[in-house]
Design a protein around this ligand. Structure first.
Ligand code: 5AD
Ligand code: SF4
Length: 444
């Protein structure tokens, strides 16, 4: 009987794609996915280390597998991804029953590790060394979760040096994929029936394929938008410092490029941005936003924000709040600063107490919810084109997304799943819109 595997994914969209590559690698070797970890012979946690909480979550989950491992000694437990790269053998101190530890970039090598692993016979460890940052895997097998939407690797790793961030340590320096291969993969995906592509990279817009004729990110995006069959193209995450006029022009002129940009700001205070080594000031960022707002296409903007970075005063925090009000983000992911190993921010004075970080986060999230409600209210009565993903969490209605990334829930037949629907907006909340499906074109 074929061996079964189960992968649990933590963290970002690159991790989700890595899990699909790992699944591809295992399926290519005659393994099969299991419905639950407790039906699997191999349980893999593909982990994140961006904040301490992500790491602790993995340890907690590993604790739950301790009992399973006691019951079934032959099951293989693996810890993969960023947290594995960061913690390495330390994982064995807290979870000595782990059989595999492998960093990101090892997606194609997981089966070999599984094969060599001997449950309870010592862990197999495969981590990237500091000088080993090979090119991204160009054409590995990928077992995708979603039949319509596909992530495509543009680059791996990050060559920036934000002082709070552990990613350059876990994923290494930036390596780009050739534009030829990226486009070839998108063409293949289109032929297989995928309609939405998400171009992925830590700083996706720093892309430059010198050998392929100096294709930069704007050019890559434009070429991707020409691929027949692909209806929507998104990308994440661009870095503000690499945001160019050309990129904006492509977003404006290619209707298939979604009218949404996730533009992480991290802080609204120039002093803190400098301490974070982000490479732009508050004013620089606002200037970019102004260009986006002035562009002849309605483009929604979302962001990431960190509160309580060392040295963040009440005034700096106020600067973040006023920036949020100025930009009026369509959505924002916000986090308490989490000190990470081997990052420069550890040496910065002025730690903000945890209670104060929590307070700031609550204030910020409350403000953001109000902003989102106000924005979403303006959608009342509008007719939107929604790509229908599936059933909403309530299971009662369908759920989908607009090009500018609004979640829309509405009643309709299951047959709409996987296609576009026109929906009139009849209700709103801070996080989603409600609507009614327009069965026939031209009902308005
Ligand atoms: N603490 C809190 N948030 C962090 N992020 C990255 N590093 C840290 C950290 N040390 C956030 C940033 C980034 C997002 C993916 O996670 O906002 O954009
Ligand atoms: Fe993704 Fe960063 Fe978490 Fe790694 S550490 S999984 S790159 S968010």
């Amino acid at each position: 009987m074929a061996k079964k595997f189960y992968i649990e994914t933590f963290g970002c969209q690159m991790n989700a794609l890595d899990s699909e590559k790992i699944a591809g690698n295992l399926c290519c070797n005659a393994m099969e996915p299991a419905e639950s970890p407790f039906e699997a012979d191999v349980v893999l946690l593909n982990t994140c280390s961006v904040r301490d909480r992500a790491v602790q979550k993995v340890y907690a989950r590993l604790g739950e597998f301790r009992r399973y491992k006691k019951m079934r000694g032959d099951v293989v437990v693996g810890v993969l991804g960023c947290m594995a790269q960061l913690e390495g053998e330390k994982i064995l101190k807290r979870a000595p029953y782990v059989d595999i530890i492998a960093g990101p970039q090892k997606s194609h090598a997981i089966y070999a590790l599984v094969e060599r692993s001997r449950p309870s016979g010592g862990a197999r460890i495969d981590l990237r060394s500091d000088d080993e940052s090979g090119p991204p895997i160009e054409d590995g097998p990928t077992r995708r979760e979603n039949p319509w939407r596909a992530g495509v690797t543009v680059s791996e790793g990050c060559s920036r040096s934000c002082t709070y961030c552990v990613v350059p340590k876990t994923r290494g320096k930036e390596r780009i994929r050739s534009s030829r291969n990226i486009l070839r993969e998108i063409e293949k995906l289109a032929a297989e029936g995928y309609v939405e592509i998400m171009l992925l990279g830590q700083t996706v817009n720093s892309y430059l394929d010198r050998e392929g004729g100096n294709v930069d990110f704007a050019e890559l995006l434009w070429r991707a938008a020409q691929v027949e069959g692909i209806e929507r193209i998104r990308f994440t995450s661009p870095h503000p410092s690499d945001f160019t006029r050309d990129l904006l022009d492509v977003m404006v002129s290619c209707p298939r490029v979604c009218n949404h940009i996730h533009l992480p700001v991290q802080s609204g205070s120039t002093k803190i941005l400098r301490a974070m080594r982000r490479g732009y000031t508050r004013e620089d960022y606002l200037e970019i936003v102004q260009k986006i707002v002035n562009a002849p296409r309605d483009i929604s903007i979302s962001t990431d924000i960190i509160v309580g970075f060392p040295g963040e005063s009440e005034r700096d925090f106020e600067d973040t709040l006023t920036l949020m009000e100025t930009v009026r983000y369509d959505s924002a992911f916000s986090f308490k600063y989490s000190p990470r190993p081997n990052t420069e921010a550890l040496d910065i004075d002025g730690a903000v107490p945890d209670e104060e970080k929590s307070r700031r986060l609550t204030v910020l999230q409350q403000r953001q919810r109000e902003i989102q409600s106000r924005i979403n209210q303006t959608y009342m009565g509008r007719i939107l084109e929604v790509f229908v993903d599936g059933r909403a969490r309530s299971r009662v209605s369908l759920t989908g997304r607009t090009g500018n990334n609004k979640i829309v829930n509405f009643d309709g037949p299951e047959t709409l799943i996987g296609s576009f629907a026109r929906v009139r907006i009849t209700g709103f909340g801070p996080n989603s819109l409600k609507g009614s499906w327009l069965h026939e074109q031209g009902l308005e």
